[in-house]
Design a protein around this ligand. Structure first.
Ligand code: HEC
Length: 159
């Protein structure tokens, strides 16, 4: 019966190809994933802010944050620290974008959502500097998307 055997043959062929197709797709995904444009990840160890930006951030911090978070970002009875091991371990694995959004949405507590993107980025630069992350040549970006691509890592990742 030619019709039946033809069908059977075709079916068997597709059945045999499936694992190969799956393997090819999987390899394709693994190889392509890190190469997608715009998805390059940096971390706070890569010199992601400038010294000048951090200096401007310190001015803002001194006006709007120091009273609660302390002059060395060590925290006070009124607010938690923004520098040091406890702060870093809480934020490690998240991104500078997450911290930026957190601050812009809720700080200072009496005027939430009052910080501009520029001011927020400057304050991020100052917080990174106070946590001993290296400065670089360019400013931190001001877009949440770009900041989401910069990981906060308490411990320097292996190159
Ligand atoms: C009136 C006191 C006060 C001021 C001023 C203030 N904060 Fe806070 N901040 C707090 C308190 C209290 C918390 C903890 C409770 C909360 O998260 O709302 C906090 C939490 C935070 C956190 C989260 C810390 C963590 O590890 O979860 C960040 C970041 C932060 N503040 C940044 C800032 C920045 C930047 C400014 C200045 C623009 C600022 N704060 C001004 C009181 C203050």
């Amino acid at each position: 019966m030619p019709a039946t055997s033809g069908y059977g043959h075709g079916y068997a062929t597709i059945g045999n190809m499936t694992p190969w197709l799956a393997a090819a797709l999987l390899i394709g995904l693994v190889v392509a994933a890190p190469l997608r444009p715009g998805e390059t990840q940096r971390s706070v160890w890569d010199g992601v802010y400038s010294g000048e930006q951090a200096r401007r951030g310190q001015e803002l911090y001194t006006k709007q944050c120091v009273g609660c978070h302390g002059s060395a970002l060590q925290g006070t009875h009124a607010a938690p620290p923004l520098a040091g091991a406890g702060f870093l371990s809480a934020w490690s694995g998240l991104t500078v974008g997450d911290l930026f959004e957190r601050v812009r949405a809720s700080m200072p507590p009496d005027k939430p959502s009052s910080l501009s993107r520029e001011a927020g980025a400057r304050i991020m630069a100052y917080i990174l500097q106070a946590n001993d992350f290296p400065a670089g040549k360019t400013d931190l970006p001001q877009s949440t998307d770009a900041l989401q691509r910069i990981r906060l890592e308490a411990i320097k990742p292996n190159e």
